[in-house]
Design a protein around this ligand. Structure first.
Ligand code: FEO
Length: 400
């Protein structure tokens, strides 16, 4: 049966929740699934805004049929060609043989790559600022390259001041019937996942996100309709400000996070002693992650939030603990910047972890490595210079 919502007069949500998927892009764990959002605008001409992943295609087609009631879809606006949104394009074109696909030039090449189907007679290419009249409404197209792929665009409905924002302002997690941010406690139930989504999916492309935010600032927006997560119908400035912060790589909180790898528990003990001393010194909100237990995507998400990051790792095969190595490579890949890093190394012989980690941190921009580094031989002892280490960490989280 259909599962639709009218989000504004004659504008319908026709997407679906996917609780069976375990990993987004077969990479990022999804504890609470994900929603693939799609929308229909009914006017003198009818428009479908993107399609969905195959996983929810049955629900999607039932939803479309329920809204359209036998009427044809005139336009399919393709804002993004990642298969979680474009999977049903061929199905739609076969269902509506007169449909026009409104999209960017870059998308056309990708259509040929993803589908063995000739879409040529259906294509209408749009560029930055182009408009399309639907009758009572006008769509305006806004290019958003690299947020998250190069072909991405957004679509603004001028009359209703709605921005269909593609992947931007999206989120992991299913909607569960609460499709508007006004229906939920976003800060406490969605924000961490929004940050994990942002940092891992588009974190690398801060400059491009900045450019889109600049374009968005020039528009009057009353509703944000992303391709994942809740629709923003109130307090839009909250999520826009988060994107402003995240895309400029500024930390959100003056918190300390400690990420460690530990083979037999001795590096973990050093981390516990460190956290205990920080706590005794009234440092609040200390967060500890075992890199062997917590998926990297969650750690990257929290790195986008915290100001000071302690990395503690044993020496391993003349390098560092492999899972810490993977984390550092991901930090480089997503372009994390502007953090203070404190280093803890451990080694029973030929200890060289801090040297290896420092070399990797030097590949990142605007990272400050605290002068005092903790170096442990097998286990922490009274000779370790931990008091100075603690005081430098405390200094680093003081307000400027
Ligand atoms: Fe939701 Fe970049 O796909």
């Amino acid at each position: 049966m259909e599962c639709i919502r009218e989000i504004k007069k004659d504008i319908y949500y026709v997407g679906g929740d996917d609780r069976r998927i375990s990993m987004f892009e077969n990479l990022f764990p999804l504890d609470n699934g994900v929603a693939y959002n799609s929308y229909i605008i009914e006017d003198e001409k009818t428009v479908l805004m993107d399609t969905v992943d195959f996983n929810v295609s049955r629900q999607f087609i039932e939803n479309i049929d329920a809204v359209m009631k036998g009427r044809e879809i005139d336009y399919l606006v393709v804002q993004h060609m990642e298969p979680d949104h474009c999977a049903c394009i061929e199905q739609l074109v076969k269902k509506y043989p007169n449909i026009t696909i409104v999209t960017t030039q870059k998308t056309v090449g990708m259509l040929g790559q993803f589908f063995d189907y000739d879409f040529e007679k259906h294509i209408q290419i749009v560029k930055e600022g182009d408009t399309l009249s639907l009758g009572k409404r006008t769509l305006q197209f806004i290019m958003a390259p690299m947020v998250h792929w190069p072909e991405v665009m957004m679509t603004y409905v001028q009359e209703e001041k709605i921005l269909f924002s593609s992947d931007a302002f999206g989120n992991f997690g299913t909607l569960n019937g609460n499709i508007f941010n006004s229906d939920i406690d976003y800060k406490h139930t969605w924000l961490d996942e929004a940050r994990r989504y942002y940092s891992n999916i588009v974190g690398k492309f801060g400059l491009q996100v900045q450019s889109v935010l600049k374009k968005a600032r020039a528009l009057e927006i009353e509703m944000l309709c992303p391709l994942h997560g809740v629709i923003w119908n109130t307090d839009l400035e909250y999520i826009i400000q988060k994107y402003q912060l995240w895309s400029t790589y500024e930390p959100e909180d003056n918190d300390v996070m400690i990420v460690y790898g530990s083979i037999y528990g001795n590096t973990e003990n050093a981390v516990n002693v460190l956290a205990n001393k920080l706590g005794q010194a009234s440092v609040k909100s200390i967060h500890i992650y075992d890199v062997s237990k917590t998926d990297i995507s969650y750690i990257i998400g929290q790195m986008w939030r915290c100001k000071t990051i302690v990395l503690a790792t044993p020496t391993y095969n003349n390098g560092i603990f492999p899972k810490m190595d993977a984390l550092l490579e991901d930090m480089i890949a997503v372009g994390l910047k502007k953090r203070t890093i404190a280093l803890v190394e451990n080694g029973s012989w030929a200890c060289m972890a801090n040297k290896v980690v420092t070399a990797k941190l030097e590949k990142m921009k605007d990272m400050t490595i605290l002068e005092t580094k903790l170096s442990i031989k097998s286990s922490l002892n009274k000779e370790s210079n931990i008091e100075q280490f603690v005081s430098e960490i405390i200094e680093s989280i003081k307000e400027a």
